[in-house]
Design a protein around this ligand. Structure first.
Ligand code: ATP
Ligand code: MG
Length: 212
């Protein structure tokens, strides 16, 4: 991150595989920054899982570098190596605890996710502790329905909807039907990825023969 000494109060945390990072991620982060008046957004690419599930998973280092390339022109975006450098599987709860340690107890963390990821995260174990560590921003995403979110929220907060609404926010963003899966498929099939990812990311993928 390199900016640990600065005192941030409202910190957006954008976790993801970023295999590769694309404009859907960037628009989501930028909207969160603006709508929630965040000081920064920290992108945290996941490390390499011990057992590869996706056989076209680029190395953690390549995914980290692409995330740096994609975010370098934005003064409010940073990339963290926390999960890339951690041995073994990374748990979001450990990452959040670590961020609290770095930025202090008073820092407000906002975990930014898409509509698909929020539903997954809120059904994990440790959810009760996770919601004490951070707020959630759930961005709308084409193809994913957020109606189940209300149900999960009331369950998690024992029907205290007011308390739930102070912790978990839905954020409308301009719909971008872009996914890393589609980008990997396009690269494999020699179809264009221009304008779906930043130019530097597209160059990096081609130069290093990723996703072939
Ligand atoms: P994959 O297809 O490999 O799953 P992905 O495009 O879903 O990739 P991830 O790295 O899995 O990207 O996602 C990181 C975070 O960004 C998740 O919270 C996900 O919901 C969100 N996200 C990804 N694409 C979009 C999009 N187009 N609009 C809104 N949110 C998105
Ligand atoms: Mg995904």
């Amino acid at each position: 991150m390199g900016k640990e000494d600065r005192q941030y109060k409202k910190i957006g945390v954008m976790g993801g595989t970023f295999n590769p990072i694309h404009h859907g991620h960037l628009v989501t982060a930028q909207e969160a920054l603006s709508q929630f008046k965040l000081d920064v957004v920290i992108f945290i690419p996941t490390g390499n899982p011990p057992h590869k599930v996706e056989n076209r998973l680029a190395s953690a280092e390549d995914r980290y570098i692409m995330t740096v390339i994609a975010t370098s022109s934005n003064r409010d975006f940073f990339v963290s190596r926390i999960e890339v450098d951690r041995k073994g599987k990374s748990y979001t709860i450990d990452t959040l605890r670590m961020l609290k340690k770095i930025y202090g107890k008073d820092a407000l963390l906002y975990f930014i996710t898409g509509a698909d990821a929020i539903l997954e995260i809120l059904t994990w174990k440790n959810t009760e502790e996770i919601v004490t560590l951070c707020n959630f921003i759930a961005a709308t995403r084409p193809g994913y329905d957020l109606t189940r979110l209300e149900e999960l929220k009331s369950k998690l907060f024992n029907n205290d909807i007011e308390a739930a609404n102070e912790k978990i926010f839905v954020m409308e963003i301009p719909a971008l039907s872009i996914s890393s899966t589609d980008i990997r498929n396009r690269v494999k099939n020699n179809r264009p990825i221009d304008y779906l990812v930043p130019e530097g990311v597209s160059n990096y993928i081609l130069k290093n023969g990723l996703y072939k």
